[in-house]
Write a protein that binds this ligand. Sequence first.
Ligand code: UD1
Ligand code: UDP
Length: 352
Amino acid sequence: MPHILTIVGARPQFIKAAVLSRVFSADASFKETLVHTGQHYDYNMSDVFFEELEMAPPAYNLGIGSGSHGAQTGKMMVDLEAVILKEKPDCVLIYGDTNSTLAGSMVAAKLHIPVAHVEAGLRSFNKKMPEEINRITTDHVSTFLFCPTQTAVDNLKNENIQKGVYLSGDVMYDSVLFYAQKASNILDQLKLQTENYALVTVHRAENTDDPVRLKAIFSALGKSGLPCVLPAHPRLKSYLDKYGIQPAANLSLVDPVSYLDMIQLEKNAKMIITDSGGVQKEAYFFHRPCITMRDETEWVETVSAGWNKIVGADEKAIIEAITRFTPPDSHPDFYGEGNAGEKIAEVIKNHL
Ligand code: UD1
Ligand code: UDP
């Protein structure tokens, strides 16, 4: 029976891990031990996902919390090493590109435990992003590399990584298919009407921590006059306060919302304006035009298909895109068939 030790810590990882946890719990040949590093800890950044996605509570919560990259990652590594030595798993399963991903992959690889990386091969080619460092490092020590897209497979090939690479499709697509029909009354709660608002998220360090970029983004959103609902990541809230930025009257900042509420907001938005990785893809899944406030993206297919417009943090470009951006009729599939979770579990089972 393969014993999988899954490491999560940040909001998008709870959502991705729920997909695999469902597959593992339906197959008696797997044992899964879930470890939460505690990177995200507010109720609406963590517990709400376990409750709503009906995940078992983690067997361990390391309670690491926030900190500088070195301090946060270092503390995670110390505690993860102790857990992995105690649990002796056959495989350590990690998701995405956060500091929890990096800490998990480094510790497991040095203990000679196979690392399975879900969302392998993504690249922004911008090493100023902490996520890019985390991804590159993790991919180079992983045994199983589960790529959501062909582009990700190609990126790995360009770095001479070909062994253990699987084109699995995207677990976030599985997740949207599974949860999209479930109820949420968020539109009523926020008094929103379908296609009458833009859904906005801003949390990427390169935007929040930089006063010039953050001011340009909020100025553009304000000048656009478009009603915007903005579930605000705690990182955004603290930097808006720090830089004394007052959101304009057309921007409605709300606390982070649950996953079912978020996908309901996405499905019904006139457009989505974001710097999130996951939200760009979800915009594509729901056929919503996406404006991405970054200088590049890992999800390049959404851009080449004409559904995602990269605008950086440039005030004029953001306003121009809000006013004019219109995706084409065509909408090719890039993210698999909605069975990435099953494919990943199958590979792990066959190799352990
Ligand atoms: C992290 C990931 C990022 C991912 C994002 C998902 C890294 C380097 N970054 O960014 O790739 O897109 O999660 O949301 O791992 N905070 C709270 N409460 C919480 C969590 C965070 O108040 O529950 C505040 C703290 O002030 C903290 C700040 O948010 O310092 C940033 O949190 P952190 O986990 O370091 O990075 P994220 O910006 O969330
Ligand atoms: N999300 C959510 N509530 C929110 C904002 C985001 O449930 O208030 C979900 C979103 O639907 C997606 C994931 O969180 O599935 C994306 O996480 P985030 O934007 O924090 O991180 P990224 O994907 O950029 O790493």
